[in-house]
Each structure stands twice: as C-alpha cells, then as structure tokens.
Ligand binder design. Sequence first.
Ligand SMILES: [Zn+2]
Length: 272
Amino acid sequence: MAFLSAALVVAGSGLIALTATGAFDRSDSKKTTEPVPAPATSVRTKTVAVPTTPTAVPSEPAAVPTTAPSAPATPAQPATPQRPSRSVAPTTAAAVRATRYVFPIGGCRADASQSHHDYPASDIFADKGCKFVSPVDGRVDEVTRVDTWNKKTNVGRDRGGLSISVVGVDGVRYYGSHLSAIGAGIKPGLVVKAGQPLGLTGNTGSAQVTPPHLHFGISWPTAPGHWWIRRGAVAPQSFLNAWHEGRQLSPVALVGKVRRAYGVDRGCRDYC
Ligand SMILES: [Zn+2]
C-alpha cells in the first residue's frame, strides 16, 4: 500500500511544509486498546473516495481557517446549543432545509470502517495530510490543539489527539480526531460551511500506533469536555456512505432516538 503524499502541516499559527513518501509507518505496537485496524482482517472498510491525490493540499493553512470554500458568508446561522438540550431538533425548519452534507475527507482516497471497537464511530483511513472538512454548515464547538496522549495512561480524554468538533445547523455534533494539523483560525464559535477545510488528517493521540486515520463520531451537543459522548454515540456508517455517494441523508432523527435511549449522562464509563 505505497503512496505518495505531500502534506502541509500547520503548527500553532505557523506553517511548515513537509513531504512524506512511503508506506504506512506502523510502529511495532505495544499494548494499545485501540485495535490496529489496517490489516483488513479485523475491520471491514469501504472504499469511499478516490478522485484526486493528496498531493494537492496547496495553500492549506491560509485557506483552512476562516474562509468557506465557495459560498459567500451567509448569516443563516442559528445560535447553536453547546450544552445538552432536551431535543437535538434543529432550531428552525429553514435550518434543516439549508443543511447540506458532505463526506468529511476531501481530495483523497478514504476507506471508512464499517464498524468500530467499543462504541459507535468510524475510523476513516486516509493518507496523512488529507483535508478534514466540515460535513455540514455549523459552528466549531471544541478544538484540541495539543496531543497529550500517553501510551501508558491511554485515558479517553487524550485518545483523540488533535481534534475538532462542529455543531451543525441541524443540531448534531460531528467530531474528527487524530489530526496532524488544525487551521490557524479554527476556534470554538467560528461559523463554518459544509466542505470547509478545518484541518489535516494524521495519527495523533492513540492513532500514533496505527496508520493515519480520521476517527469520526456523531453525537448530540453536550457541555465541553464530555469526550465520552463527543467521540461518537450514533453509528455514522450509513451517513458517511450516503454522503460519499453524494446522497443527502440526515442523522437528526437517529441522533434524537439514540439520545433518548441513552438516558442520563452518567459520565465516563471506559478509558476513564
Ligand atoms: Zn476510532
């Protein structure tokens, strides 16, 4: 599985260009509770994107932060709840109609796992340096810029490494982690558009011992720091598969249903 990739990496507010060549750099894994999903035996993946190669990650850092790809800034942005609410229903019906969903990795081949260990999520395998884009119009929710994961402690709070969550105008939260870089202007509260680059894929956090991938989770908004919900509470596969095919499929109903079934949030249950 050799590939060529050129990646632009943003560190803090600066930018560093680097070119990586070669195959997956998989370290001899010690003990990790995250299964190493690459060997296609354990995790079923679906090939989802192809068109362009990752070599085209041109002016990423400058472009990533604030500018929506094509759309002129439209103000139709309801104040998005960032704390648990009784319902994840969107603020207005207009917001629902305005919602467009896109596959969260742009410009790269990506293989989304059709299952996930321990809880609902998808590990989308893609070269390091691919664009992680907002799947929906919304607001940036939480941003983690520092990788504090430690193999020895392996606590859930740190497993995502560099991560970004977005609360969509549909009232649903979308989370991407293990990023190698985050756009300089990406911060909580920033209004983003579907397809807008937020960061670059990588293997920070617990993915240090796996091939690069985007851990993608769908959940309902919570208070900050509730990583056990944020990492994924609703199976995202059907939505990812639809978005990749250009079909519009909203997780709103399923998120509401799962949230009701989840009941009271009693906090962290594993990797605590
Ligand atoms: Zn994962």
